[in-house]
Design a protein around this ligand. Structure first.
Ligand SMILES: [Cu+2]
Length: 141
């Protein structure tokens, strides 16, 4: 009997210690971004395969980027106006960038843009965008 009373007192202390916080207990851990959304991308000399991808906004993206070419390539998602030359690119507009050497594959996991729209994807190696390495990431709300 004495043990029960002590337990009750301890519970009250714990609840009191938690007041004022926003902690909630649901009994299960949920992923606020939903299941990961896979994106398969490949680079050749000098194009992206495919030339567009459609993803949900704010989804957790798992991008697998394979380089089927003979030189290094990058997969860079650009925010802002369409660019025609890497020389014109303001690097602060790069939302996310992955690079991989010839014959290799890299993977990256990140959140898609929250703002729906069409985002340009380019290779940032000098001359590659001009040679045709441009694609689209379509973000749907
Ligand atoms: Cu390239």
């Amino acid at each position: 009997m004495k043990g029960r009373v002590s337990g009750l007192v301890a519970l009250v202390v714990v609840v009191g210690a938690c007041s004022g916080t926003t902690t909630t207990t649901t009994g299960e851990i949920s992923d606020p971004f939903g299941p990961p959304f896979g994106v398969e991308a490949a680079a050749r000399d000098f194009e992206f395969i495919p030339s567009s991808w459609t993803v949900p906004s704010n989804a957790l993206l798992v991008v697998d980027f394979e380089n089927e070419g003979t030189v290094e390539h990058f997969f860079a998602i650009i925010e802002g106006p369409h660019v025609d030359s890497a020389a014109d690119l303001d690097r602060s507009l790069i939302f996310r960038e992955l690079g991989v050497g010839p014959g290799a594959t890299t993977s990256d996991t990140f959140l898609a843009p929250t703002e729906p729209g069409s985002y340009q994807v380019i290779c940032t190696v000098a001359g590659h965008l001009e040679a045709g390495m441009t694609a689209k990431l379509i973000v749907e709300g």
